[in-house]
Write a protein that binds this ligand. Structure first.
Ligand code: ADP
Ligand code: ASP
Ligand code: MG
Length: 475
């Protein structure tokens, strides 16, 4: 079996959904299960609608929802003109009505709790998965829509719910596996789940990748494919470095580190379930399926240091804690407990006798920490930081790499350097507005320029590294 996940840009409009149907058709013999994101921009739109309704601008929210409804309707008309009206009336309109009612309720109570927000954000995938399943059927595929809320059981940690693997395995066994075995292609929305009591949850923004790997692990799939809008995992975000190169193969731990340090192409939690079961993950471009993409796999460890990519994570807050009496263990553990209570994540930390520097994912977490430590330590909070990291095995232990990186840095203020906590990264904290320039300078120094790749228009062959998979499926 094969789990294929298509991100928002891969299902943005009728044309791209058509492309997805053709890619899936090419893989039918591998028994695919398909996971889709919301149409590009829809989740952001729902977030805006929620905030508008809460803040009293219900009409604006409803008009955005109306635009969203039109977009799905237009896509349905283009994809399956003969069935679009019946499909829209029976399958999508009731869900749009439900979303309208929810926005009105948010407006009435002037409150948008994490639980309600999860319910609201999940509509994007509920709409897209039904639309894509119907489009597949119109293309002659035996597609069946499966409600992800019935399969992906999670805890009630709204906005970052944790999947309950044992319960999911049982649901996969009854709701997905038999359908695949009978020759159908199950289509599910990514990102969404629900508690055991049926309350909608989400796995965190960008979480459809995670859905794919949870299902892949549960199905013991032969591979997991993440289809997106770039050629694979690259030596930098191609939006920042136009000469970024594709990485053909990367180890699980390097790819996981890259995702953790900001490479949005994979949700940071995606790789663990696949890694646990040794299932290879491919990152592929739905606009150029003929390209080889990136294979993430278990590879031999080598002592040699190498930079695989320059990653960048924005929206970071630097909290510099200074404890006059020194940082004894009790105080340090109280600091981390306080952050945990705030659900504030620590990206990196460095400590000396009386200083502790923390990179946090939220300003409010830093403020709460300041308040908590009021009499015991001072906290200097620096907002608007970005973390630029060189990622790769033994990067931090290779003096030549470190020297080259340091000498390539542009003449811009550095807020901190993190070196040595892990051998897998060397990280620089800079002001957010300087981040692109720092990424470009490091990328230029560490990756020699190569001529641009020309994309030939071609049919959709499997990538080379999937040939063994194909052979197995045909055997
Ligand atoms: P999807 O909607 O398919 O899930 P995302 O927008 O979440 O796609 O992720 C793909 C984007 O990730 C790319 O468009 C690219 O700008 C960004 N990205 C950041 N770092 C990298 C990297 N190292 N390699 C590839 N893409 C990256
Ligand atoms: N649609 C969700 C988001 O935009 C999940 C995803 O795309 O993976 O965050
Ligand atoms: Mg994504």
């Amino acid at each position: 079996m094969l789990v294929m996940k298509f991100g928002g840009t891969s299902v943005a409009c009728a044309e791209s959904i058509g492309r997805v149907a053709r890619i899936v058709r090419e893989r039918l013999h591998l028994q695919p299960v398909v996971v889709v994101s919301a149409l590009a921009g829809v989740t952001d739109g729902l977030q805006t609608m929620g905030a508008l309704s809460r803040d009293g601008a219900l009409e604006d929210a409803l008009s955005l929802l109306h635009g969203c409804e039109d977009r799905h309707h237009e896509a349905a008309k283009a994809l399956f003109p003969n069935k679009s009206e019946a499909f829209f009336k029976n399958d999508l309109r009731p869900l749009f009505d439900e979303a309208r009612a929810l926005l009105k309720a948010v407006f009435a109570v002037q409150e948008l709790t994490p639980r309600t927000l999860d319910r609201l954000l999940g509509f994007g995938e509920r709409w897209s998965s039904r639309l894509v399943a119907e489009a597949f059927r119109a293309e002659g595929l035996r597609a069946v829509h499966v409600d992800a809320g019935d399969v992906v059981v999670t805890d009630a940690n709204y906005s970052h719910a944790t999947p309950r693997i044992d319960l999911i395995a049982a649901r996969v066994g009854t709701r997905i596996r038999p359908r695949v075995q009978s020759g159908c292609v199950p289509v599910l929305g990514g990102f969404i789940g629900s508690t055991e009591d049926g309350i909608p949850t989400t796995l965190g923004r960008g979480g459809s990748d995670f859905t794919a790997s949870i299902l892949g692990a549960s199905l013991e799939a032969e591979s997991i494919e993440i289809w997106t809008d770039v050629d694979g995992m690259m030596t930098a975000d191609p939006r920042i470095c136009s000469d970024a190169q594709n990485i053909e193969s990367i180890s699980f731990d390097e790819a996981a580190e890259l995702a953790h340090f900001g490479a949005k192409v994979l949700h940071p939690k995606t790789l663990q379930p696949a890694m646990d079961r040794g299932i290879p993950v491919y990152v592929l471009n739905s606009r150029h399926p003929e390209n080889c993409g990136t294979r993430v796999e278990v590879t031999e460890t080598s002592e040699e240091g190498r930079v695989r990519s320059v990653a960048c994570k924005r929206g970071i807050t630097l909290a510099e804690v200074f404890a006059r009496q020194g940082l004894e263990a009790k105080l340090t553990s109280a600091i981390f407990d306080a952050l945990e209570r705030q659900k504030c994540l620590v990206d990196l930390a460095a400590m000396s006798r009386s200083n502790l520097s923390l990179l946090l994912n939220s300003r409010s977490g830093a403020d709460a920490l300041s308040e908590f430590l009021r009499d015991r330590a001072s906290v200097n909070v620096i907002e608007g930081s970005a973390l630029v990291s060189l990622v790769g095995r033994n990067v931090a232990r290779n003096p030549a790499i470190c020297a080259r990186a340091l000498s390539a840095l542009p003449n811009l203020p550095l807020r901190m350097i993190f070196h040595g906590a892990s051998d897998m990264n060397l990280s620089f904290v800079v002001a957010e507005e300087d981040a692109d320039e720092v990424v470009r300078a490091l990328h230029l120094a560490l990756f020699p320029r190569q001529p641009a790749i020309h994309h030939a228009e071609a049919p959709i062959p499997l990538n080379k590294s999937q040939e063994p998979l194909l052979a197995r499926a045909e055997a």
